[in-house]
Design a protein around this ligand. Structure first.
Ligand code: ADP
Ligand code: MG
Length: 693
């Protein structure tokens, strides 16, 4: 077509918008008609149909007609207003027009008016401020009341310079012409099968709906589009990874499988066994596995990871386990070392503090280390593997998404290890699908046998005597306890030194107390952890360095000072340090919540020890935006869709996207051009394989 498209025409071309108004529209980002049409109402307001004055309801937009009674202009200083009473046989409503004293020339007693506005209660009656009004013919030859009169009015995000009504007016000027030009990236048949409206109709229903059900239908289509684009990006990226990268195919024959299982000091739980079977299938393939293994605190993820790593080692490849803290890396190294005692597997620990760092790096590159356990140091510039086949990232919630990607690039171009990501902060499925859509999620959904439930008690900080009395009794029975403090050193908070002093002088004078935190040198820290593990210490005062992984079954109580300072996931993790042995365990939350959120957090943790429920609660309190908007994701937040509420739609979009990419991996058919353009605009940065390639 020769004529310029309506959608790209300047906002100035809309009848009624001059240079000044256009400037206001521009500050809202509405520079052309396309952008105007894409600027959707954030809600719709039902406007009552026309009735008699007595039917007007306070707070509800209403329309009525009547005869003007007494009226006058009032001036006080620089402010003016025009007041009028409007009457019909049923009653009276007062009208007030601020700064419109000039209306005295236009509206006179005896005139007939139709007005629309929101009545407020004033002086015993109702008053409408700044109503919309229309002067009716004197001879009573009035226009009919609008058919039903009721309508849904779009309310737009607006600004001081441009009111919602301005936008409404502009949209209604151009809507018909604009709709003709809206390209749908989905076909009529596709929409029909899913009971989705076409795109042009969707915009019509958003801007000028007949009723609420049209708004709901339009919203559903727009939410579906957002979710579909996101899922297409996810599946397309996954297809690219499969196409571009290769991982070693591991032999998972029964003999190897049995040999590895016999190394473990216990029988796998059913849940672990199921995950192991899944991994067995994954790792035998040439496509890099990309798994998120989630299992609540203490569900036994380490054994599962070890299984996968030993599959790699069995074939002469290497495996790496990355932990978020040095303490956890050291503990994994110690416990894995114990399990592999007497085997030929060569293990090493690599942290920033490792004295043998240079030698370890050399041996890794030479293939003289089979299994390396470490911290971030594992993804350092100088780390080279001779043949890394399995990479495990433990407690991934402590790492960013980017770091996960970096570990994958550790290998030579085109060759990547199978990657397992483990987390004890269960992510609600809806979120994991959106945030980690490129990962296959598997869940270890039960705990090893013999666990006793943990009792949790929430008390104010000042009530600590009860908590420490309980700890004293436990020590008397040969059990151990953690005491968690929010800071190593603090003016306002109960820090390490202060708590140590109080415990040894006052609450627990006979206990053997140790301290561990991130500023201790490694040797000292290991010494203290070993002493606590072996029972040479009764109480371990610690910062959150013990948050994840630390495993001492004899510890049966944990006291968390200033619990209000910690997040839900953190508290849940900390609590997971106990309840690992046969003694009934107790978690004392000492906290004074100063905010409503903090109170909700503490109460949620006290109410349940189900990690999934807590994850949902966390999401509810912090909101989806927090998860999407910030560090966790490179993806843009949704404008319309809410993956929590739109679960059904998310599932539909996910299935549709998978089938679509299967059918047309390149999305390059001519009829897919519009879709591809929109997909690139929405998720282009993320689609490029910069992270992994
Ligand atoms: P997490 O999932 O929190 O990382 P771990 O792997 O540290 O859990 O396991 C927690 C504890 O449970 C450890 O002491 C581990 O030895 C033990 N454990 C794991 N699996 C089993 C099992 N199948 N039977 C008995 N104990 C197990
Ligand atoms: Mg663990």
């Amino acid at each position: 077509m020769a004529e310029a498209s309506v959608l790209t025409r300047s906002i100035m071309s809309v009848p009624g918008i001059g240079a000044r108004k256009a400037e206001g529209f521009r500050t809202l980002g509405l520079t052309n008609i396309g952008k105007l049409i894409a600027h959707l109402p954030h809600r719709h307001q039902r406007e009552a149909g026309e009735g008699v004055i007595a039917d007007l309801v306070e707070g509800v937009v209403g329309t009525a007609r009547g005869e003007v009674g007494a009226c006058r202009a009032v001036r006080t200083g620089r402010v003016s207003r025009f007041e009028a009473a409007l009457l019909d046989d049923s009653g009276r409503v007062d009208l007030v027009f601020f700064n419109q004293a000039f209306l005295a020339k236009k509206i006179h007693a005896g005139d007939r008016l139709r007005v629309q506005g929101t009545p407020k209660a004033r002086g015993g009656g109702l008053q409408i401020a700044n109503p919309r009004f229309e002067l009716l013919d004197e001879d009573g030859d009035d226009p009919e009341p609008e058919a039903t009169g009721e309508r849904l009015r779009p309310i737009y995000p607006a600004s001081e310079r441009v009111a919602s009504a301005d936008i409404e007016r502009a949209v209604s000027e151009v809507l018909c012409d604009a709709l003709e030009e809206i390209d749908d990236h989905l076909t009529e048949a596709y929409c029909g099968e899913r009971e989705l409206p076409r795109l042009a109709e969707t915009y019509r229903m958003m801007h000028a709906p007949e009723d609420e059900s049209e708004v709901a239908d339009a919203r559903r289509r727009l939410a579906y589009d957002e979710l579909l684009l996101m899922q297409l990006a996810v599946h397309r990226r996954r297809a690219d990874i499969r196409r571009l990268f290769r991982a070693p195919e591991l032999d998972t024959a029964d003999t190897i499988h049995e040999r590895i299982l016999s190394r473990l000091p216990f029988e796998l739980t059913k849940a672990q066994a199921r995950v192991v079977q899944d991994l067995r299938g994954d790792l035998a393939k040439v496509h890099p596995a990309n798994r998120l293994i989630q299992g609540d605190v203490g569900s036994g993820k380490t054994a599962v990871a070890l299984y996968a790593m030993l599959l790699a080692v069995a074939e002469g490849h290497q495996a790496a386990l990355m932990a978020p803290t040095e303490i956890l890396a050291e503990q994994h190294a110690a416990s894995i070392g114990r399990m592999l005692e007497g085997s030929r597997v060569r293990t090493a620990l690599l942290t920033g503090a490792s004295a043998e760092r240079t030698a370890t790096l050399r041996d890794l590159e030479a293939g003289e280390i089979d299994l390396v356990i470490g911290t971030h140091a594992l993804i350092g510039e100088r780390v080279r593997f001779s043949s890394l086949a399995v990479a495990v990232v433990d407690e991934q919630h402590r790492f960013g998404v980017r770091q996960r990607a970096v570990l994958r690039t550790g290998a030579e171009a085109g060759r990547v290890p199978h990657t397992l990501v483990m987390t004890a902060t269960p992510i609600p499925r809806t979120v994991s699908m959106t945030l980690y859509g490129d990962l296959d999620v598997i869940t270890i959904d039960s705990l090893p046998p013999g666990r006793t439930p943990i009792e949790t008690e929430l008390i104010p900080l000042a009530g600590r005597t009860a908590a420490y009395a309980d700890v004293r009794d436990r020590i008397g029975r040969g059990e151990r306890a953690y005491v968690v403090v929010p800071a190593i050193d603090s003016e306002q908070l109960r820090d390490v030194e202060r708590v140590r002093e109080e415990l040894s002088e006052h609450y627990l004078p006979d206990a053997r107390i140790g301290v561990v935190h991130g500023r201790l040198p490694r040797g000292e820290r290991e010494f203290v952890m070993d002493a606590f593990r072996d029972g040479r210490l009764d109480v371990l005062i610690a910062t959150t360095v013990i948050e994840v992984g630390v495993d001492v079954p004899e510890a049966s109580a944990i006291v968390i000072e200033h619990a209000e300072r910690f997040g839900i996931a953190q508290l849940h993790q900390l609590r997971g340090r106990v309840g690992r042995g046969s003694a009934a365990s107790k978690c004392w939350l000492l906290g004074d919540a100063e905010t409503e959120d903090a109170k909700e957090r503490l109460e949620a943790v006290a109410a349940t020890s189900d990690g999934f429920k807590l994850a949902e609660a966390d999401l509810r309190i912090r909101g989806m935006g927090e998860l999407f908007g910030t560090k966790q994701s490179g993806m843009a937040p949704f404008k319309i869709a809410d993956p929590m509420k739109d679960r059904e739609l998310l599932n539909l979009a996910r299935r549709d996207a998978a089938a679509w990419i299967e059918r047309s991996p390149g999305l390059d058919a001519p009829e897919e051009a519009v879709l591809w353009r929109r997909l690139k605009r929405a998720h282009g940065a993320w689609l490029e394989l910069g992270d992994v390639g």
